[in-house]
Each structure stands twice: as C-alpha cells, then as structure tokens.
Design a protein. Structure first.
Length: 203
C-alpha cells in the first residue's frame, strides 16, 4: 500500500462490532426482564408484609383511639397528606370506627374474608381479630405498585442507552487494534495471484 493511500476499511470488523452489540443488547434486555420479575416478586412480598404489619397494629389499638360508635371521629387526626396506604377499622357490628382521610366510608372489600384481594384498583388486605370484635382493611393502589416496577424498568433500560455507546467505542478500539496487526498479511496477500501459495512472511 503506497504512502498516503487511505487504509482500507475492514468490513469484517464492522460486522463483528454490529453483531456483538446486537448480542449484548439482547442479553441486557433479557437480563432486564429477569430482573424485573425478581423486583416485582420481592416488592410485592415487602409491600404485602407492610400491609399485614399495619393491620396487626390496628387490631390491638385501644378502644379509646377509635372514638365513639356514632362516627364522631372517623378520620385519623394526622392531617391531610398523600397516602399510598389507606385503612379502615370496623367493629363487630360492621360499623366504621376509624379510617384514613383518603379511605371511603364503605368497605374496600365487601367480601369481608381475611386475606388479600385486588378490588376496584386496590390491593386490599383484610384481617379480623380472633375474638371477632374488630376487622381491619388496609389497602394500597395497584397503580402505585406498578409505578415501582416502571421506575425500575426506566433505570435498567436507561442504563442501556449509556452503556451501549461506551461498549461500541470499546469494541471498535479493540477490534481495530486486532485487525491492524493483520494489515501486513492482508497487504501481502492482496498483491499475490490466486495460485501463489507461498507462506506469508512473518512480521
């Protein structure tokens, strides 16, 4: 190759780079999907445990904390604030004795069976005291749970946007250096005829 002649571009180098980036991107997306599954499972477990702990605390509240049976103190006296978790406390006759300010007056879950159910956009946990004198319903919006999932997805996918360009540059540098070492052999072979089977001179 004469001096000043541009170095030939290696189409093989470009193909390898593209394929490696494609494989890395697909593996990253697969890993993201697996990670999201794990995040969703662990998040649901932690949040359900929080609902259960909250319900258990309400079951042992002293009667005086619930106000009178005429509904004079249905709101918890904490002040207005954003609630991700709401609650309702009923007595043995099904009367609402206390609720958070965002909770409705009617039961979140009409089934009134202990356990967890998704009802009208709410993830509701119902728990009844052993003596039957009090029932608690604690709930979180299903939308809020998905917000946690989408936030995790945003971080994982967003990282890929920054990682792939960096990986692309690194691959280009590594492959270019590797193919540069093959340039003398390529130049020698390009000047030979098809039937010239002499060994390539070692550098």
């Amino acid at each position: 190759m004469s001096e000043g002649e541009p170095r030939p571009s290696w189409s093989l180098e470009r193909r390898i780079t593209r394929r490696l980036l494609l494989v890395l991107g697909l593996l990253w997306l697969l890993g993201t999907a697996v990670a999201l599954g794990g995040v969703w499972r662990e998040t649901a477990e932690v949040l359900d445990s929080s609902l259960s702990e909250t319900a258990e605390r309400f079951l042992v509240l002293p009667e005086v904390a619930l106000g009178d049976v005429n509904g004079e103190r249905l709101f918890a006296e904490i002040g207005l604030h954003e609630e991700y978790v709401i609650y309702q406390i009923f007595d043995a006759k099904g009367r609402l004795r206390l609720r958070s300010h965002s909770a409705p007056d009617t039961p979140l879950d009409d089934e009134r069976h202990d356990g967890v159910r998704d009802v009208n956009g709410w993830h509701v946990l119902t728990l009844t005291r052993q003596d039957g004198r009090r029932r608690v319903e604690v709930a979180e919006t299903i939308e809020h749970r998905f917000e946690v999932l989408w936030a995790s997805l945003g971080w994982l996918a967003g990282t890929l946007i920054f990682v792939l360009p960096a990986v692309s540059i690194a691959l280009a540098v590594i492959l270019r250096r590797g193919f540069r070492a093959l340039e003398p052999a390529r130049a020698e072979l390009s000047g030979r005829s098809a039937d010239d089977l002499r060994p390539i001179a070692s550098s």
